[in-house]
Design a protein around this ligand. Structure first.
Ligand code: F6R
Length: 365
């Protein structure tokens, strides 16, 4: 049932304040403002030397955001790779490491093969799954849930924000266990998560502006998405979502890579979407934006109130998100890139919920 929405994808985008809350309620003790994991862990975060994350598509991008978080807050080294590369690379793994597999369906063939490889290499095997009875969940020593309900739209939306919410919770748990944050910092991070659903609701309010931008985007042949730090995977996600449902070619790049190649593409006809809320990396991204503007590129900036105040001329459009702690900013920034892809696809008249050539669950490699 799509409710009042035209597509399941729209319904699922709009469900996110609730699905994030629901996921969070599994991981967080709201009263104590702590993360309280319900699952028995077959490993101790304090003893881990490395975390290896494998997944595909959007789930891989969730893992890519988590790499920034685990390294920053828990000082835990993370390798993250797409499962189809990881499994055939057969990387050496120190026994006793933790391998984490992220999958909405829990049936993705390459992710499952990566899991079996890691189990054979003496890794602790954990997964983050939306379908609890799935193969990946069953073959894991511990299966952490995303509680976003069934996702019908082929393009993943609410599953991604639920994955990020659960991953953020695991990061806090790991950081506490490893003593890289103290109790006060834990409360601060948990509060940022608890306040996130309200910010997500506010971010959904930019829809009318985004629809207007999408109308212009639907005329583009190529679109570039840029981000730094944990916003880099969100830029990749924006590009992935746009190409899969609107069929417009899009690429996500680390903003610092711009001058190492992709800037050659920039001209008056190419929209450049920059995902850059206010954080210590914003200044760097602003100078990349100047390079784009100098070549006539049309910049669509996704930032927050603080970031918008720092931006000068040369930006065609600014989508302003509520200012949130930088820990949860990548989750919030997911909302406008989803809406942008969705409305562009609606303008293009594509089959938004069932894009051509794509399947919801990729059980063959
Ligand atoms: C993109 C998308 C896909 C999936 C990927 C993994 O919108 O939906 O990239 O994220 O096929 O699927 P799961 O999470 O089921 O393993």
């Amino acid at each position: 049932d799509k409710g009042n929405h035209r597509h399941f994808m729209a319904k699922e985008i709009y469900e996110q304040p609730e699905t994030i809350s629901h996921t969070l309620s599994h991981y967080v003790d709201m009263g104590a403002e702590t993360v309280a994991l319900r699952e028995a862990l077959p490993f101790d975060f304090a003893d881990l030397r490395r975390l290896t994350i494998s997944a595909c598509g959007t789930a891989y991008l969730a893992g890519s955001v988590a790499k920034y978080w685990f390294e920053r807050y828990a000082r835990l080294p993370v390798d993250v790779d797409v499962a189809s590369e990881f499994r055939y690379r057969e990387p050496p793994l120190e026994s006793g490491g933790l391998a984490l597999f992220i999958s909405q369906s829990g049936e993705t063939a390459d992710t499952l093969a990566a899991l079996r490889y890691c189990a054979g290499q003496g890794q602790h095997v954990a997964s983050l799954i939306n379908v609890p009875e799935s193969t990946i969940a069953r073959e894991s020593q511990v299966a952490f849930p995303t509680l976003c309900g069934p996702e019908i739209g082929v393009a993943s939306t609410k599953a991604l924000t639920a994955q990020l919410t659960a991953l953020a919770s695991l990061v806090v748990a790991a950081a506490r266990a490893r003593n890289t944050i103290d109790e006060a910092q834990e409360r601060e991070l948990v509060r940022a998560l608890v306040e996130l659903p309200r910010a997500v609701s506010a971010a959904l309010g930019a829809e009318a502006q985004i629809e207007r931008i999408a109308k212009r985007l639907s005329k583009a042949k190529d679109v570039l998405y840029l981000g730094r730090g944990a916003m880099f995977p969100i830029a990749m996600e924006g590009a992935l979502k746009l190409k899969e449902i609107s069929y417009i070619h899009a690429e996500g790049y680390a903003a610092g890579e711009l001058k190492h190649g992709p800037i050659a593409l920039v001209d008056e006809t190419m929209p450049v979407i920059v995902v850059a809320p206010s954080d210590p990396l914003l200044e760097k991204t602003l100078s990349n934006m100047q390079e784009v503007a100098a070549r006539g590129g049309k910049i669509i900036l996704i930032t927050d109130e603080e970031g918008a105040a720092k931006v000068g001329a040369g930006v065609a459009e600014t989508i302003v998100l509520p200012t949130v702690p930088s820990f949860v900013a990548p989750i919030l920034a997911t909302i406008p890139v989803q809406l942008l892809a969705y409305h562009t696809a609606v303008f293009m008249g594509t089959d938004v919920d069932q894009p051509r050539n794509l399947a919801k669950s990729v059980t063959v490699e």
